[in-house]
Design a protein around this ligand. Structure first.
Ligand code: ZN
Length: 116
């Protein structure tokens, strides 16, 4: 990422999120995107209690979406060039592509892979 994009991300984290949040969001989304095709993706990683466990991958993706709309357009495009290929990999995963949410944001998966 360019220096100006990094500076704008740090500014956005100060005003909208917490320091380091965008990096955590990208790491969580990238980890989900790189799940081997034969493995069940870890779409739910904690107990669901916000004060106890870190956000789930789909919540991190929501944060990335907010950031892509809040950043100035050049920086938003830089972030989108990172997020886009991760989205594609996730949508290509056999356990996930049939579970995208039919309403609202696709990354709020309609059901979890192990609920089959
Ligand atoms: Zn917990």
């Amino acid at each position: 990422m360019s220096g100006s994009a990094q500076a704008e991300i740090i500014r956005l984290e100060r005003t909208r999120f917490a320091p380091g949040d965008l990096g955590k969001a990208l790491a969580a989304w990238s980890k989900l995107a790189h799940t081997p095709r034969k493995r069940s993706p870890a779409v739910r990683t904690g107990c669901g209690e916000p004060s106890c466990c870190p956000p789930e991958p789909d919540e991190w993706r929501e944060l990335l979406e907010i950031a892509m709309h809040a950043l100035p357009s050049k920086s938003a495009r830089e972030l989108a060039r990172i997020v886009g290929p991760l989205d594609s990999r996730i949508l290509d995963h056999p356990a996930l592509r049939h579970n995208v949410s039919p309403r609202g944001r696709w990354w709020h998966f309609s059901r979890w892979p192990w609920e089959d």
